[in-house]
Design a binder for this molecule. Structure first.
Ligand code: ADP
Ligand code: MG
Ligand code: MG
Length: 252
Protein backbone atom coordinates (compact mmCIF):
# COMPACT_ATOMS: atom_id res chain seq x y z
CA UNK A 1 0.00 0.00 0.00
CA UNK A 2 1.09 3.57 -0.72
CA UNK A 3 -0.06 6.76 0.94
CA UNK A 4 -0.17 10.32 -0.30
CA UNK A 5 -0.20 12.74 2.61
CA UNK A 6 -0.85 16.46 2.23
CA UNK A 7 -0.39 18.50 5.39
CA UNK A 8 -1.12 22.16 6.06
CA UNK A 9 -0.62 23.04 2.41
CA UNK A 10 -0.45 26.74 1.59
CA UNK A 11 -0.15 27.71 -2.07
CA UNK A 12 0.06 31.13 -3.69
CA UNK A 13 -0.34 32.26 -7.27
CA UNK A 14 1.35 35.57 -8.02
CA UNK A 15 1.51 36.35 -4.28
CA UNK A 16 -2.20 35.67 -3.76
CA UNK A 17 -2.76 32.86 -1.29
CA UNK A 18 -5.22 30.31 -2.74
CA UNK A 19 -4.70 27.22 -0.57
CA UNK A 20 -4.74 28.06 3.11
CA UNK A 21 -3.79 25.02 5.12
CA UNK A 22 -5.21 22.04 3.25
CA UNK A 23 -5.01 18.56 4.76
CA UNK A 24 -5.74 15.34 2.86
CA UNK A 25 -4.56 11.74 3.17
CA UNK A 26 -5.24 9.16 0.50
CA UNK A 27 -4.23 5.53 0.28
CA UNK A 28 -4.00 3.27 -2.73
CA UNK A 29 -7.17 1.21 -3.10
CA UNK A 30 -9.26 4.32 -2.31
CA UNK A 31 -11.17 6.73 -4.49
CA UNK A 32 -11.65 10.20 -3.07
CA UNK A 33 -13.91 12.84 -4.54
CA UNK A 34 -13.17 16.50 -3.95
CA UNK A 35 -16.12 18.78 -4.48
CA UNK A 36 -16.59 22.48 -3.90
CA UNK A 37 -17.82 25.71 -5.41
CA UNK A 38 -15.94 27.38 -8.27
CA UNK A 39 -12.82 29.28 -7.32
CA UNK A 40 -12.11 27.46 -4.06
CA UNK A 41 -8.73 26.18 -5.22
CA UNK A 42 -9.50 22.64 -6.45
CA UNK A 43 -7.47 23.01 -9.63
CA UNK A 44 -4.78 24.82 -7.67
CA UNK A 45 -4.46 21.74 -5.48
CA UNK A 46 -4.05 19.50 -8.54
CA UNK A 47 -1.43 21.81 -10.06
CA UNK A 48 0.49 22.10 -6.79
CA UNK A 49 0.63 18.31 -6.39
CA UNK A 50 2.06 17.99 -9.90
CA UNK A 51 4.53 20.85 -9.39
CA UNK A 52 3.28 23.45 -11.83
CA UNK A 53 5.89 26.25 -11.61
CA UNK A 54 3.29 29.02 -11.32
CA UNK A 55 2.00 27.64 -8.03
CA UNK A 56 4.23 28.49 -5.10
CA UNK A 57 4.04 26.28 -2.04
CA UNK A 58 4.71 28.62 0.87
CA UNK A 59 4.00 26.19 3.71
CA UNK A 60 3.16 22.56 4.40
CA UNK A 61 4.18 19.19 3.00
CA UNK A 62 3.23 16.65 0.33
CA UNK A 63 4.68 13.16 0.77
CA UNK A 64 4.30 9.76 -0.90
CA UNK A 65 5.27 7.03 1.54
CA UNK A 66 7.38 9.53 3.45
CA UNK A 67 9.18 10.85 0.33
CA UNK A 68 9.10 14.60 -0.08
CA UNK A 69 7.18 15.30 -3.29
CA UNK A 70 7.82 19.04 -3.10
CA UNK A 71 11.54 18.48 -3.69
CA UNK A 72 10.86 16.53 -6.89
CA UNK A 73 10.84 17.94 -10.42
CA UNK A 74 7.68 17.37 -12.46
CA UNK A 75 9.10 14.30 -14.24
CA UNK A 76 10.29 12.86 -10.92
CA UNK A 77 6.75 13.21 -9.57
CA UNK A 78 5.48 11.19 -12.52
CA UNK A 79 8.19 8.61 -11.85
CA UNK A 80 7.12 8.48 -8.21
CA UNK A 81 3.70 7.40 -9.47
CA UNK A 82 1.67 10.60 -9.71
CA UNK A 83 -0.61 11.21 -12.67
CA UNK A 84 -2.48 14.40 -13.41
CA UNK A 85 -5.32 14.69 -15.86
CA UNK A 86 -5.59 18.37 -16.48
CA UNK A 87 -8.79 20.30 -16.75
CA UNK A 88 -7.58 21.63 -20.11
CA UNK A 89 -5.29 18.99 -21.62
CA UNK A 90 -2.63 20.53 -23.84
CA UNK A 91 -1.89 19.72 -27.45
CA UNK A 92 1.59 18.49 -28.29
CA UNK A 93 2.36 18.66 -31.97
CA UNK A 94 4.69 16.11 -33.56
CA UNK A 95 4.29 13.48 -30.82
CA UNK A 96 1.80 10.72 -31.49
CA UNK A 97 -0.46 9.58 -28.74
CA UNK A 98 1.08 6.08 -28.79
CA UNK A 99 4.64 7.47 -28.60
CA UNK A 100 3.70 9.70 -25.71
CA UNK A 101 2.15 6.85 -23.74
CA UNK A 102 5.08 4.52 -24.43
CA UNK A 103 7.62 7.10 -23.26
CA UNK A 104 5.58 7.76 -20.15
CA UNK A 105 5.49 4.04 -19.33
CA UNK A 106 9.22 3.67 -19.93
CA UNK A 107 10.05 6.75 -17.88
CA UNK A 108 8.79 4.84 -14.86
CA UNK A 109 10.90 1.78 -15.65
CA UNK A 110 14.58 1.05 -15.16
CA UNK A 111 16.90 1.26 -18.15
CA UNK A 112 16.97 -2.12 -19.89
CA UNK A 113 13.50 -2.96 -18.59
CA UNK A 114 11.53 -0.97 -21.19
CA UNK A 115 8.18 -2.36 -22.31
CA UNK A 116 8.54 -4.34 -25.56
CA UNK A 117 6.83 -2.89 -28.60
CA UNK A 118 4.73 -6.05 -28.99
CA UNK A 119 3.51 -6.00 -25.43
CA UNK A 120 2.85 -2.27 -25.63
CA UNK A 121 0.76 -2.58 -28.79
CA UNK A 122 -1.18 -5.51 -27.33
CA UNK A 123 -2.02 -3.59 -24.15
CA UNK A 124 -2.82 -0.42 -26.07
CA UNK A 125 -5.23 -2.28 -28.38
CA UNK A 126 -6.90 -3.94 -25.43
CA UNK A 127 -7.35 -0.69 -23.50
CA UNK A 128 -8.60 1.19 -26.55
CA UNK A 129 -11.18 -1.52 -27.18
CA UNK A 130 -12.23 -1.36 -23.55
CA UNK A 131 -12.70 2.41 -23.80
CA UNK A 132 -14.48 2.10 -27.15
CA UNK A 133 -11.86 4.26 -28.84
CA UNK A 134 -11.06 4.31 -32.52
CA UNK A 135 -7.65 2.63 -33.14
CA UNK A 136 -6.75 5.59 -35.31
CA UNK A 137 -6.54 7.76 -32.17
CA UNK A 138 -3.25 6.07 -31.26
CA UNK A 139 -1.44 7.48 -34.29
CA UNK A 140 -2.79 11.01 -34.01
CA UNK A 141 -0.67 13.78 -32.56
CA UNK A 142 -1.34 14.18 -28.89
CA UNK A 143 -4.64 15.97 -28.30
CA UNK A 144 -4.36 17.78 -31.64
CA UNK A 145 -7.85 18.24 -33.01
CA UNK A 146 -9.30 15.89 -30.38
CA UNK A 147 -12.81 16.81 -29.33
CA UNK A 148 -13.40 17.51 -25.64
CA UNK A 149 -14.79 14.01 -25.16
CA UNK A 150 -11.90 12.39 -27.04
CA UNK A 151 -9.37 14.21 -24.85
CA UNK A 152 -11.01 12.94 -21.69
CA UNK A 153 -11.26 9.39 -22.98
CA UNK A 154 -7.64 9.65 -24.02
CA UNK A 155 -6.62 10.68 -20.52
CA UNK A 156 -8.28 7.58 -19.17
CA UNK A 157 -6.41 5.56 -21.80
CA UNK A 158 -3.15 7.09 -20.56
CA UNK A 159 -4.17 6.30 -17.01
CA UNK A 160 -4.89 2.65 -17.81
CA UNK A 161 -1.62 2.26 -19.70
CA UNK A 162 0.70 4.18 -17.36
CA UNK A 163 -0.84 2.66 -14.21
CA UNK A 164 0.19 5.37 -11.75
CA UNK A 165 -0.05 4.95 -7.97
CA UNK A 166 -2.13 8.08 -7.63
CA UNK A 167 -4.22 9.88 -10.22
CA UNK A 168 -5.58 13.38 -9.80
CA UNK A 169 -8.45 13.85 -12.22
CA UNK A 170 -9.54 17.45 -12.46
CA UNK A 171 -13.10 17.75 -13.78
CA UNK A 172 -12.65 14.71 -15.97
CA UNK A 173 -16.46 14.76 -16.28
CA UNK A 174 -16.87 18.33 -17.52
CA UNK A 175 -18.37 18.68 -20.97
CA UNK A 176 -18.94 14.96 -21.44
CA UNK A 177 -22.14 13.51 -22.83
CA UNK A 178 -23.60 10.61 -20.91
CA UNK A 179 -22.01 7.89 -23.08
CA UNK A 180 -18.52 9.38 -22.78
CA UNK A 181 -19.07 9.85 -19.06
CA UNK A 182 -19.94 6.17 -18.67
CA UNK A 183 -16.81 5.14 -20.56
CA UNK A 184 -14.62 7.41 -18.44
CA UNK A 185 -16.19 5.96 -15.28
CA UNK A 186 -15.72 2.42 -16.60
CA UNK A 187 -12.00 3.10 -17.02
CA UNK A 188 -11.62 4.51 -13.53
CA UNK A 189 -13.57 1.61 -12.01
CA UNK A 190 -11.33 -0.80 -13.92
CA UNK A 191 -8.27 0.83 -12.32
CA UNK A 192 -9.72 0.60 -8.84
CA UNK A 193 -7.63 -1.77 -6.77
CA UNK A 194 -4.66 -2.39 -4.59
CA UNK A 195 -1.99 -0.38 -6.39
CA UNK A 196 -4.16 2.57 -7.32
CA UNK A 197 -5.58 5.59 -5.52
CA UNK A 198 -7.58 8.37 -7.11
CA UNK A 199 -8.59 11.94 -6.36
CA UNK A 200 -11.53 12.85 -8.58
CA UNK A 201 -12.16 16.59 -8.50
CA UNK A 202 -15.65 17.38 -9.64
CA UNK A 203 -18.05 20.24 -9.50
CA UNK A 204 -21.04 17.95 -9.94
CA UNK A 205 -22.34 14.79 -8.34
CA UNK A 206 -23.10 13.35 -11.81
CA UNK A 207 -19.77 11.48 -12.14
CA UNK A 208 -20.31 9.98 -8.72
CA UNK A 209 -23.41 8.17 -9.97
CA UNK A 210 -21.00 5.95 -11.88
CA UNK A 211 -17.97 5.93 -9.60
CA UNK A 212 -18.76 5.39 -5.95
CA UNK A 213 -16.10 7.23 -3.98
CA UNK A 214 -14.86 5.84 -0.66
CA UNK A 215 -14.45 9.37 0.69
CA UNK A 216 -15.95 12.72 -0.27
CA UNK A 217 -14.29 16.00 0.70
CA UNK A 218 -15.67 19.49 0.40
CA UNK A 219 -13.24 22.30 -0.33
CA UNK A 220 -14.03 25.89 0.49
CA UNK A 221 -11.78 28.90 0.64
CA UNK A 222 -8.63 26.90 0.11
CA UNK A 223 -9.18 24.16 2.67
CA UNK A 224 -10.94 20.83 3.07
CA UNK A 225 -13.79 21.88 5.36
CA UNK A 226 -15.81 18.69 5.51
CA UNK A 227 -15.26 15.01 4.77
CA UNK A 228 -17.65 12.09 4.64
CA UNK A 229 -18.82 9.16 2.54
CA UNK A 230 -20.83 9.04 -0.70
CA UNK A 231 -23.90 10.35 1.13
CA UNK A 232 -22.17 13.71 1.50
CA UNK A 233 -22.06 14.09 -2.31
CA UNK A 234 -25.74 13.24 -2.52
CA UNK A 235 -26.63 15.85 0.07
CA UNK A 236 -24.58 18.45 -1.83
CA UNK A 237 -26.45 17.55 -5.00
CA UNK A 238 -29.80 17.99 -3.27
CA UNK A 239 -29.05 21.00 -1.10
CA UNK A 240 -26.01 22.80 -2.54
CA UNK A 241 -23.25 24.22 -0.35
CA UNK A 242 -25.14 26.77 1.75
CA UNK A 243 -25.75 24.44 4.67
CA UNK A 244 -22.02 23.81 5.00
CA UNK A 245 -21.30 27.54 4.89
CA UNK A 246 -23.87 28.05 7.65
CA UNK A 247 -22.53 25.17 9.69
CA UNK A 248 -19.03 26.60 9.51
CA UNK A 249 -19.96 30.28 9.66
CA UNK A 250 -18.36 30.98 6.27
CA UNK A 251 -19.34 34.22 4.52
CA UNK A 252 -19.45 34.35 0.72
P1 ADP B 1 -11.42 25.81 -8.66
O1 ADP B 1 -10.70 24.79 -9.44
O2 ADP B 1 -11.88 25.34 -7.32
O3 ADP B 1 -12.55 26.44 -9.42
P2 ADP B 1 -8.97 27.34 -8.94
O4 ADP B 1 -7.93 26.58 -8.24
O5 ADP B 1 -9.01 27.25 -10.43
O6 ADP B 1 -10.40 27.00 -8.32
O7 ADP B 1 -8.84 28.89 -8.60
C1 ADP B 1 -8.75 29.35 -7.27
C2 ADP B 1 -8.46 30.84 -7.28
O8 ADP B 1 -7.17 31.08 -7.84
C3 ADP B 1 -9.42 31.66 -8.10
O9 ADP B 1 -9.67 32.86 -7.41
C4 ADP B 1 -8.68 31.91 -9.38
O10 ADP B 1 -9.10 33.13 -9.97
C5 ADP B 1 -7.25 31.96 -8.92
N1 ADP B 1 -6.33 31.48 -9.95
C6 ADP B 1 -6.29 30.22 -10.43
N2 ADP B 1 -5.33 30.08 -11.36
C7 ADP B 1 -4.74 31.28 -11.48
C8 ADP B 1 -3.67 31.81 -12.28
N3 ADP B 1 -3.00 31.03 -13.14
N4 ADP B 1 -3.33 33.10 -12.12
C9 ADP B 1 -4.00 33.89 -11.24
N5 ADP B 1 -5.02 33.45 -10.46
C10 ADP B 1 -5.38 32.18 -10.57
MG1 MG C 1 -9.37 11.13 3.72
MG1 MG D 1 -11.00 23.98 -11.29
Amino acid sequence: MSTLVIKDLHVSIEDKEILKGLNLTINTNEIHAIMGPNGTGKSTLASAIMGHPKYEVTQGTIEIDGENVLEMEVDERAQAGLFLAMQYPSEISGVTNADFIRSAINARREEGDEISLMKFIRELDKSMDFLEMDQEMAQRYLNEGFSGGEKKRNEILQLMMIKPKFAILDEIDSGLDIDALKVVAKGINEMRGEGFGCIAITHYQRLLNYITPDHVHVMMQGRVVKSGGPELAQRLEAEGYDWIKQELGIED
